[in-house]
Design a protein around this ligand. Structure first.
Ligand SMILES: *Cc1c(COP(=O)(O)O)cnc(C)c1O
Length: 456
């Protein structure tokens, strides 16, 4: 029998052969990566036997928690029955059919059709193709510009990265023409002194209107936004923001794309973030929680009024080999069956969400914390040297990283965006586990505060 590799051996192989995404691989190789070997519920286990509470649902995706036999069984059965077939050339298959119908049932009423992809990034690339095709068919080919927001995240293919507004990504990217970025509704970071959240929400929303006017409505194809920016730091907009955006989208002849890769499938306490915020998207982008991350799958829901136009346009020359992969669709169906049977969306809205928020909000009293917003199962802790003046630490990101590393050592995965810690735990987290999460977050703040004091 061969011996399993030791942690040191695994780290050495990883360091020798693996280029990590969104990482400084050279620095990581010096430090050594943590090897995750198994998981159950909300708990990860690493190769050294440490149990870590996954406050990030992997990467915002493991909504029903780890270790669901039912999903594994559905995938195994599908792989035995029909592991692969395409949906390109006048063919289809049962899992893609069943999942299309299920998504039409679960999404808001304007949606009855889905285009399948393999990821959130592929879905957003698909969106670029779809909206341009839509305006071409309508004989308005000059409508090409997509308006997005600074610090938005829409994925990492070239198309999706350009839709996104992440400065560090744009710094490494050859920008494509046709994407314009406007202000984000990040009150803590970007409001003027003396401005109320309500005023700030209206002002940032109206940037959409003034940008449409400045560029000309006849050149604008669409506006894309996440209901709550995730990777940008869990930016929950002020209450005035989404109603004003909804008004502008109603009044203007542009398409509205809701990127629900994080907010979709229960994260905000409704099935989709657009339902939480009362918007009416024409395109709805999905991935992550659709399978709870058990297999890669994405998709774009297309509203009837857009479908009606597309169907008049003949061939749509776009698709991926793995569009609607049978095993991934089977995983999604099993995942959604669990969500419905266990009433997980209601649990987030009526029980877990309010329970966690009550404790999480109290962390705002910590000397290091400026604000501790939370909605549904997603929240943030803005770390600041000055709560009143809303100032930033001089070397942006350093304190955030310090805190994130403490958090890992305290047995809790939190992520850091700049100096903002973020959480998005599995939606099925229990009360006891939420108590544990908050206790570990509190200890992380204390450890970070003590370390900053020590460093002066
Ligand atoms: C993660 C994410 C994406 C990209 O999804 P991938 O599956 O990583 O390509 C797109 N949009 C949002 C809002 C995301 O959080």
């Amino acid at each position: 029998m061969t011996q399993p590799r030791t942690t040191a051996e695994l780290r050495a192989l990883d360091a020798a052969h693996h280029l990590h995404p969104f990482s400084d691989t050279k620095a990581l190789n010096d430090e050594g990566s943590r090897v995750i070997v198994k998981a159950e519920g909300v708990w990860l286990t690493d190769s050294e036997g440490n149990r870590i509470l996954d406050g990030m649902s992997g990467l915002w995706c493991v909504n029903v928690g780890y270790g669901r036999e039912e999903i594994a069984d559905a995938v195994a059965a599908q792989l035995r029955e029909l592991p692969y077939y395409n949906t390109f050339f006048k063919t289809t298959h049962v899992p893609a059919i069943e999942l299309s119908a299920k998504l039409a049932e679960l999404t808001p009423p304007q949606f009855n059709r889905v285009f399948f992809t393999g990821s959130g990034s592929e879905s957003n690339d698909t969106v670029i193709r779809l909206v341009r095709r839509y305006w071409d068919i309508k004989e308005q080919p000059e409508k090409k510009v997509i308006i997005s927001r600074r610090n938005a995240y829409h994925g990492s293919t070239v198309g999706a990265a350009n839709l996104g507004g992440m400065a560090p990504m744009h710094a490494q990217n050859v920008a494509l023409p046709g994407v314009v970025h406007i202000a984000q509704p990040y009150f803590w970071g970007e409001a003027r002194q003396g401005e109320t959240p309500e005023e700030f929400g209206l002002r940032t929303a109206r940037a959409l209107e003034t940008t449409i006017d400045a560029l000309g409505e006849d050149r604008i194809a669409a506006f894309i936004a996440e209901p709550i920016q995730g990777a940008g730091g869990v930016i929950i907009p002020p209450a005035t923001y989404w109603p004003e955006i909804a008004r502008i989208c109603r009044e203007r002849d542009i398409l509205f794309i809701s990127d629900e890769v994080i907010c979709g499938f229960g994260r905000t306490g409704k099935w989709f973030g657009c339902e939480t915020f009362g918007t009416q998207p024409d395109l709805l982008v999905m991935a992550k929680g659709i399978t709870s991350g058990y297999l890669p799958l994405g998709g774009v829901m297309v509203a009837d009024r857009v479908v009606d136009v597309l169907l008049e346009g003949g061939d749509f020359n776009h698709g991926y080999t793995y569009s609607g992969h049978p095993a991934a669709c089977a995983a999604a169906l099993a995942n959604l069956a669990i969500m419905q049977r266990e009433k997980i969306v209601d649990y987030v809205a009526d029980d877990a969400g309010p329970y966690l928020k009550a404790q999480w909000s109290k962390l705002a009293e910590h000397p290091l914390v400026g604000e501790a917003p939370m909605l549904g199962m997603v929240g943030a802790l803005e770390l600041t040297p000055d709560k009143i003046g809303r100032t930033k630490f001089p070397d942006v990101g350093k304190v955030g990283t310090l805190a994130r590393d403490f958090s890992f050592r305290n047995g809790l995965v939190m992520r850091a965006t700049r100096d903002r810690l973020i959480i998005a735990p599995p939606l099925v987290i229990s009360h006891g586990e939420m108590d544990e999460l908050v206790a570990r977050a509190k200890k992380t703040l204390d450890d970070t505060y003590a370390e900053l004091k020590r460093l002066g």
